[in-house]
Design a protein. Structure first.
Length: 139
């Protein structure tokens, strides 16, 4: 069973390394969703419900809004990419690094749950609203 683990630097590591991004979609009521899988029943999803950043391997930075359809090409380009590592810190900041060097970052939001990770297995992590609030973790 996949498990979260906390590094010595205080960052939590999500057990999604090696997963392929098999679907990128925009859900009208919940934001942008990256669906991850390993080719078996161990799926996971990362949902962004507030603005986030995609930094391409060449250093180009894109600030994306979950409320607008224009400008979503950088996140759609992640389809078929492979996750190298995904971490979050005790302040509610999420970082997803892909094998090609692309980095997706979502910061904590003072008023909203800015991101959520479900799976694999029974893992659920939600960035709680508030200044530097620690995410809620279930596993």
């Amino acid at each position: 069973m996949p498990e979260l683990h906390k590094r010595d630097d205080g960052h939590w590591v999500l057990p999604v390394g090696g997963a392929s991004i098999y679907r990128v979609c925009r859900m009208a009521d919940t934001g942008i969703v990256l669906e991850l899988g390993w080719g078996d029943d161990q799926d996971a999803a990362i949902r962004f419900s507030c603005d986030f950043v995609v930094r391409a391997a060449d250093g180009t930075t894109h600030r994306l809004s979950t409320e607008r359809l224009d400008g979503l090409a950088p996140i759609l380009a992640l389809a078929n990419g492979t996750v190298r590592q995904a971490t979050f810190d005790t302040n509610g900041n999420l970082t997803v690094v892909l094998e090609d060097g692309t980095v997706v970052e979502a910061a904590n939001h003072p008023d909203d749950e800015s991101w959520e990770v479900t799976g694999p297995g029974k893992i659920l992590v939600i960035a709680m609203p508030g200044e530097a609030e620690e995410p809620a973790i279930w596993s």
